[in-house]
Design a protein around this ligand. Structure first.
Ligand SMILES: Nc1ncnc2c1ncn2[C@@H]1O[C@H](COP(=O)(O)OP(=O)(O)OP(=O)(O)O)[C@@H](O)[C@H]1O
Ligand SMILES: [Mg+2]
Length: 417
């Protein structure tokens, strides 16, 4: 066996920097999340050359006190947790205290920051985690971090990156998710001089408009359900609005954008009766769970979480999506009946559509049921989709149980306005 070497801080800093920031989009994610944690409600992100040239993130958050600046770039330095128990009740997006140190280990960083009570802003340039230059300047309260020449000192890694164009696309995709996950934050995202997104931060509908255009909300159904202490809110696309891939699936937990394969499968299951193969539902959903019932410290990138009561969360998501879809189909059906017969039929008349409750209009209604089934079949036929089994069986709850049997899824000027 060869001699065991103790690595120098320079080497192990670069190794661990790679876990946190493995590509330009990782750096963008960490910087904008810091802005959210700083209480910002206005963030500007500018990217050049796929993030390799420049990543600039400015916010109107609380700023960093002058005497804290150097500490912010130290490894394991954070203002967000202090003792081990805090880790099980994290309410901020960051908590590991390694993003700024990782980014500054592999790039040239300039930070300009001002707190509310400071007479002026401080501007520092950081090299190898240490302040190289320091100056005072005029700026509004908040922080601007400019990252240049990302990965300049790790040439071996550079050959594993995508082209700057493709890295730029990844950043754009991430920024779409960030905007949808933080709909009350005003966000402007500029890529190579072109403003790609300019979101006013007036709620989820506004964010969907900014990211996906005017027809998005019109093609979606609202989801808003709660069970015990778990809530799920957001929008799901109608069956006609299904997409060719999973890019359009945005899931967040307590405002943290996460990747969750099981959730994607659960929602796919709710849509199964309505979608053709290789079509994926559109959704933007945020689950609200008590902070002490979700483990956010699963991976250095913080993009996965573990629930204390996973079945409660996934069941609620399934049920919420299933209910919203059935509500949509009922409304469509009722419109079709009205158009076909010239007779207005209220959506409420179909309260028994899911087979779990009786029809409100059952007194009259073997005839209406037949009409409804015919209209539903017509809607499905018009949209090229097959009749859902549940509907035909009058039992929509069956799908929920099946899911859990599937063992295959693991758990600048703008700023100053
Ligand atoms: N935009 C910002 N505004 C105000 N303070 C900031 C900002 N960015 C960073 N900080 C301060 O610098 C500290 C270090 O940031 P860093 O991102 O490295 O760690 P973190 O956010 O605490 O944890 P994580 O590594 O999980 O992101 C933060 O805890 C925060 O106090
Ligand atoms: Mg952070």
């Amino acid at each position: 066996m060869a001699k065991i070497n103790i690595l120098t801080p320079d080497i192990y800093n670069k190794i661990s920097a790679g876990e946190v920031v493995e590509s330009p989009v990782g750096a963008v994610k960490e910087l904008v999340e810091n802005s959210v944690d700083a209480g910002a409600n206005r963030i500007v992100v500018e990217v050049e050359n796929g993030g390799f040239g420049l990543i600039s993130v400015s916010d109107n958050g609380c700023g960093i006190d002058e005497d804290q600046i150097e500490a912010a770039f130290l490894k394991h330095a954070t203002s967000k947790i202090a003792v081990i128990d805090d880790l099980y009740d994290v309410e901020t997006l960051g908590f590991r205290g390694e993003a700024l140190s990782s980014i500054s280990a592999v790039s040239h960083v300039r930070l300009t920051t001002k707190t509310e009570n400071a007479p002026c802003a401080v501007c520092v340039e950081i090299e190898n985690g240490k302040t190289a230059t320091k100056d005072y300047t005029a700026a509004a309260t908040g922080t601007k971090i400019e990252v240049r020449d990302l990965f300049f000192n790790t040439p071996a890694r550079r050959k594993f990156f995508k082209t700057p164009q493709k890295e730029g696309v990844e950043i754009t995709k991430y920024m779409a998710k960030f905007i949808l996950t933080n709909p009350h934050v005003e966000v402007r995202y500029v890529c190579d001089g072109t403003t790609v997104y300019d979101c006013a931060g007036r709620g989820l509908e506004c964010a969907m408009f900014a990211v996906y255009g005017h027809d998005c909300v019109a093609n979606c159904v609202k989801v808003d359900e709660r069970r015990d202490n778990v809530e799920v809110h957001g929008y799901i696309g109608t069956p006609d609005y299904a997409k060719a891939n999973r890019t359009y699936q945005v899931f967040s937990v307590n405002g943290r954008n996460v990747y969750d394969q099981r959730l994607s499968a659960v929602i796919g299951q709710a849509y199964k009766p309505y979608l053709m193969t290789r079509k994926y539902p559109f959704f933007v959903l945020n689950v609200v769970v008590p902070a002490d019932e979700v483990d956010v410290n699963v991976h250095p990138k913080k993009s996965e979480v573990r629930f204390a009561k996973p079945d409660t969360v996934y069941n609620l998501c399934y049920r919420a999506v299933d209910n919203a879809l059935q509500r949509f189909i009922r409304e469509k059906t009722s419109e079709l009946i009205a158009a076909t017969n010239g007779v207005g039929v209220q959506a409420d008349d179909f309260a028994g559509f899911d087979g779990t409750t009786t029809f409100a209009g059952e007194q009259n209604n073997a005839q209406n049921q037949t009409t409804t089934d015919a209209a539903t079949a017509k809607y499905f036929a018009q949209n090229g989709i097959s009749m859902p089994d549940e509907q035909q069986n009058g039992n929509s709850a069956s799908g929920a149980k099946d899911i859990f049997r599937q063992g295959s899824f693991t758990d600048a000027e703008y700023m100053n306005r």
